[in-house]
Design a protein around this ligand. Sequence first.
Ligand SMILES: NC(=O)C1=CN([C@@H]2O[C@H](COP(=O)(O)OP(=O)(O)OC[C@H]3O[C@@H](n4cnc5c(N)ncnc54)[C@H](O)[C@@H]3O)[C@@H](O)[C@H]2O)[C@H](O)CC1
Length: 490
Amino acid sequence: MTEYVLSAVGVKGLDARLEAVGLLDPAMEAAGRAVAAELLRRVPAGARPLALLAGPGANGGDALVAARHLLAVGQPVMVLAAVPKHELAQRNLGRLRAVGGKVEELSAPAVTALPPAAAWADGLLGTGLRGPLRGELAEVVEALNTRTAQAQEPVLAIDLPSGLEADRITCPALWVRADWTLALSAYKPVHLFGAAAAACGDLSLDTLALPLAWTARQASAVRPADAELGRVLPHRRADAHKGDAGRVWVIGGSVGLEGAPAMTGVGALRTGAGLVTLHSVAEVPLVTPELMRTRHDSLNDWLAHESARPDALALGMGLGAQAPALARQVLAWKRPSVLDADALQPELSGLGHAGVIWTPHPGEAARMLEVAVSEVTADSLGSAAALQQRYGGVVVLKGGPSVVAWAGGLSVSRGGHPGMASAGMGDTLAGVLAALLAAGLPTEQAAQVGVRLHARAGERAAQRHGYGLGASDVAAELGRAWADLSAPSG
Ligand SMILES: NC(=O)C1=CN([C@@H]2O[C@H](COP(=O)(O)OP(=O)(O)OC[C@H]3O[C@@H](n4cnc5c(N)ncnc54)[C@H](O)[C@@H]3O)[C@@H](O)[C@H]2O)[C@H](O)CC1
């Protein structure tokens, strides 16, 4: 199923719409039921009770509903709750008491004094948190962290660990050290990016049975499912010949950086391109004999006189200082193009046409936007959108996860593996994207499915090779990744 990414403002908009039609109460009921089910799934049934902490807002309301659902199945609970400020938290405190649930006042000493717990649910603060934790809730979180670390009691964060902010990807001084997080209705940036994503621990999502179109309307980005992406992959006809499968040119390499275009070429071949030619001033190594190599004394002269055109091209990998000038020439051809590495320069701003994919990593994105790298990584969605507006075409902002930006929206890629942070990985991706463009995929689809294909190949390569992954290991898995996306298991 397609998943969505919501900002804190997006959650507010969604909640307002739910409230207007009387669906906020059922949404909190669904949230609490999902929290109860998640605790029962994660914690082996035993004699110890589960401890639930309820803050003053709707996040606390979720914890109170969860406690009621746990009691309903005979699971003992211990509940500490703040005085509710949210009307539905108030209502659910009453409902819990009405079914015999015992609730004590929330305080740091009460957290420390509670008998041993099988696990904790952190419903202190969710998307309503603003700024660093203040007052008594800060003391409660300190007490909880100390206690759960000493007693080795696991913690499930409801929606997000209290102390983290929904839209912030960095961790403040104090937040709930969660083992697991159950995101509600949709992911937030905190769940997906940076140190905050790691602080969420093992992540799951419950969409609360909300109308998907309502969530989609408030979303800042989509997170497409493999099945959805797999549907756009091209199919080769039984009588296809190599010319039908796409002619890709790779323009890159320079002395000392001869390998980069070769890796792009392999990425394109393994993604089904029929004919791949590497054009370089350097002696590109013969990594596989299926790749054609043409050495030029001057790429500039060659491009100026060349009348043939490929179905798609990738330019920039290891190309050096001449890359922007060469990029200008090929951009004027209006052919489907992937611009990577040395071609990612501010002087090309505004030159992207509908067939272009720009593929910066955060360092290159910072150069293109003329900002610090930390500004790019602090807001990958905003940075990808800004790049798209400034450069045109489609942008793939690479990272864990990668973000794809096009004129109509943003998407966040699933999966991948940390071992993919190694040299040559981006070169291979450029080849994957060029092959998909050469096969005729619309640019934004090629970008989204190509990024996921590459990430899936990385996951498979990690299973086979372990932690240290080379770009060639990933390229070798592209065919199997393709099969996975064409027939996903879930
Ligand atoms: N559509 C959905 O996803 C639904 C999610 N639900 C849950 O609702 C919360 C968000 O609830 P909200 O009431 O807006 O906010 P919080 O519970 O996070 O807390 C508000 C509360 O916090 C106080 N506060 C704010 N900043 C601080 C701070 N720095 N230090 C201390 N206290 C702070 C503020 O004063 C308020 O009192 C979402 O996360 C989900 O868990 C719904 O249940 C269903 C729909």
